[in-house]
Design a protein around this ligand. Structure first.
Ligand SMILES: [Zn+2]
Ligand SMILES: [Zn+2]
Length: 342
């Protein structure tokens, strides 16, 4: 099969032939149809510190995908050949405290597809059955491949009650835009999206975000103060993972408001807790991945409701062999989702 492999500890990847993998008793062998590029894949492609400290080479990377089941492990009862599936990328151990109390997504011994084990920038992939989500027949493989990042947006907003609230979301990459769409669908009074690239702010506005702010051009704290007439926002969602953003993000929050932290910072962060959290009695939530399968049910319902069309968030499509161009574009941080049709 054709596969995109990270085999050298330098920038780049190798597009090559590989044998179709052998599944275990609890796995599915799937024919990959669409796979999306995620920030983690960019780290792996660039081979920065984040990748070097986590990844054993060689690795078949890529983890956000949708596929068709072609073979079923002998212990797997609930899937059959021909099923259409999307992948939950957090692979739980199924035995630890978290896994046995409904918190599989924060499993103590969690593995991640395409990071700790081979992923899906390839024609075939092994999907542990515990991570397979049956795609509704009306959801395309392309949209299926984005349900994982879409789910992060759904999970982030699920910590709060956005109806009738002023919501600000820092970051207008795909997850940020998904979160903004979820906040709108959930009845927010208005949603403010913040980013530093015009392309992403334009996309956010196109997808229904009420107000977009370019943090390179305006003082966001001042601007939000004007927009909310000094009231502040009720809900802040931080998706940039940019250390410089966090204090300003919380300065926009009203006292007693909610802040949801989603973006991954590249190390410890200096945060004025006294003024931004304690005196404000802010509710702080950390969010990672998606609740299995609560978030997936909600995500599917939102997609099936007919009230939101996430397809324009996919802005570019490539063949797997054109991976270099796809990754260079992804590095620009000015696009929506980039998909490989495989
Ligand atoms: Zn990802
Ligand atoms: Zn576990």
């Amino acid at each position: 099969m054709k596969a995109l492999i990270k085999d050298n500890p330098v920038r780049g990847a190798t597009f090559t032939d590989r044998p179709i993998p052998q599944i275990g008793d609890n796995d599915l062998l799937v024919r990959v149809k669409a796979a999306a590029i995620c920030g983690t894949d960019i780290h792996i492609y660039q081979w920065n510190e984040y990748a070097a400290s986590r990844i054993k080479l060689p690795l078949l990377f890529g983890h956000e995908y949708a596929a068709e089941v072609v073979e079923v492990g002998k212990n797997v009862a609930n899937f059959k050949k021909g099923d259409r599936v999307a992948a939950e990328t957090h692979v739980p151990c199924s035995h630890c405290y978290q896994c046995t109390t409904g918190l599989q997504h924060v499993c103590q011994d969690m593995k991640i597809l395409g990071v700790h084990m081979d992923g899906a920038f390839s024609e075939y992939s092994i999907l542990p059955a515990v991570c397979a989500w049956k795609l509704d027949s009306s959801i395309s493989y392309e949209i299926g491949s984005t349900m994982e990042p879409f789910g992060i947006g759904v999970h982030a907003l699920s910590k709060t009650k956005p109806a009738g609230k002023k919501v600000i979301i820092f970051g207008c990459g795909p997850i940020g835009i998904y979160a903004q769409m979820v906040a709108k669908l959930s009845g927010a009074e208005y949603v403010i999206g913040v980013d530093v690239t015009t392309e992403r702010l334009d996309l956010a506005r196109k997808m229904g975000t009420d107000i977009v702010l370019n943090a390179k051009k305006v003082d966001v704290v001042e601007e939000v103060n004007k927009i909310t007439k000094g009231f502040g926002t009720d809900i802040v969602v931080e998706i940039t993972g940019n250390k410089g953003v966090l204090n300003d993000a919380t300065k926009t929050l009203r006292r007693g408001g909610d802040i949801v932290l989603v973006g991954l910072f590249s190390g410890p962060v200096e945060w004025d807790l006294v003024n931004n959290v304690i005196y404000k009695e802010a509710n702080v939530y950390g969010v990672t991945g998606r609740i299995m399968w609560d978030t997936w049910w909600s995500a599917q319902s939102m997609l099936l409701s007919g009230k939101m069309d996430v397809s324009p968030v996919i802005t570019h499509r490539f063949d797997l062999k054109d991976y270099d161009r796809a990754f260079q574009l992804a590095e620009s941080a000015s696009t929506g989702k980039i998909i490989f049709n495989i």
